[in-house]
Design a protein around this ligand. Structure first.
Ligand code: UGY
Ligand code: MN
Length: 247
C-alpha cells in the first residue's frame, strides 16, 4: 500500500536513512539468482559499499574485483566456498574474504545476506569465518545494558571493523559521538531514536543508516525488546588514507 508520498527515509549531506518501504531491488554483475538492495556506495560520499543480497533459487554471489568483502547472514542459509574450505552459514554467521580471493557464496532461496565492501588498501587480509554468538562481547563504556560483539579480530588485515551492538530497552549511547570514522548501520532488531546531525529519527529493524565522518550520533533504545544493529566503521587506518575517493 502506498503512503501518499510519505516515508521515514531521508538523504542528507552527512547522513542517510533508508527504510524498507523505499528499497529498490537491482541486479549486480557479481550476482545471479538474486537481487540486491544497495544501501550505500561512494556516489553518496562514503568510502565503502553496503548492500543486502536477497537470494532466489540457485543464487550465487561471485567476487567483485579489488574489494575486501564482509558477509553477514541475516536470514536463511548460505554456503561460502573458498580455497581454505567450505562453510555453511546461518543467521548471525559471518565471513571476511580478502580482495581477489577466489570464492563463491551460494544462497538458499529466501536467504538474505548483508554485504560490506571496501577497496583494498595496502596489506592483505585472510579469510575469516565465524558466528556472532562466538564473537568476543563486552559492555560499551562499562554499561552492561549495552553490549558490543566484535566480529573481526584486530589482526583481520583490513582497514575496517564490523560489530553488533545490543541495547536493552531504555539503554542508550552514553555520549553523542562525533568521530572521524563513518558508519554503515543495519538495524537488526527492535528500535529506538537515532540522532543524526541535527535530526532525531524513529528507527526500527530493517532500516539502514549511513553516518558520514564527524556526523553527531546518538541512539536510545525504545520498546519492550532489545534493539540490535550491525555496524561498520573504517578502523585502524590513517585518517588521510582513502581521501582520493571522497567527494
Ligand atoms: O563504534 C562506534 O563508533 C559506535 N559506538 N557508534 C554508534 O553506535 N553510532
Ligand atoms: Mn560511532
Amino acid at each position: 500500500m502506498h503512503e501518499l508520498g510519505e516515508t521515514r527515509s531521508r538523504n542528507r549531506r552527512d547522513h542517510h536513512l533508508q527504510t524498507p518501504d523505499t528499497f529498490v531491488r537491482t541486479p549486480l554483475p557479481c550476482l545471479s539468482g538474486g537481487l540486491a538492495v544497495v544501501h550505500a556506495a561512494p556516489v553518496i560520499g562514503c568510502n565503502f559499499a553496503q548492500y543486502t543480497v536477497e537470494f532466489g533459487a540457485g543464487g550465487e554471489l561471485r567476487p567483485a574485483a579489488g574489494v575486501n568483502r564482509f558477509l553477514y547472514v541475516l536470514s536463511g542459509t548460505a554456503a561460502l566456498s573458498t580455497a581454505v574450505g567450505d562453510h555453511r552459514m546461518t543467521r548471525g554467521g559471518f565471513a571476511l574474504v580478502p580482495a581477489d580471493e577466489a570464492h563463491l557464496l551460494r544462497g538458499d532461496a529466501g536467504a538474505r545476506v548483508a554485504v560490506i565492501e571496501r577497496v583494498a588498501s595496502a596489506g592483505r587480509g585472510r579469510v575469516i569465518v565465524g558466528t556472532e554468538d562466538a564473537a568476543p562481547r563486552a559492555p560499551l563504556m562499562g554499561d552492561p545494558e549495552l553490549q558490543v560483539s566484535t566480529l573481526l579480530p584486530e589482526d583481520a588485515g583490513v582497514d575496517f571493523a564490523v560489530n553488533t551492538m545490543t541495547y536493552q530497552p531504555g539503554a542508550s549511547l552514553a555520549m553523542v559521538e562525533v568521530h572521524v570514522m563513518e558508519h554503515g548501520l543495519l538495524m537488526l532488531e527492535g528500535g529506538g531514536i537515532y540522532r543524526l546531525g541535527e535530526c532525531w529519527y524513529p528507527v526500527r529493524a530493517g532500516d539502514f543508516i549511513w553516518m558520514a565522518a564527524f556526523c553527531p550520533q546518538w541512539f536510545g533504545a525504545l520498546g519492550k525488546q532489545p534493539a540490535k544493529y550491525l555496524i561498520y566503521k573504517d578502523w585502524n587506518c590513517h585518517p588521510i588514507a582513502g581521501t582520493e575517493v571522497r567527494r
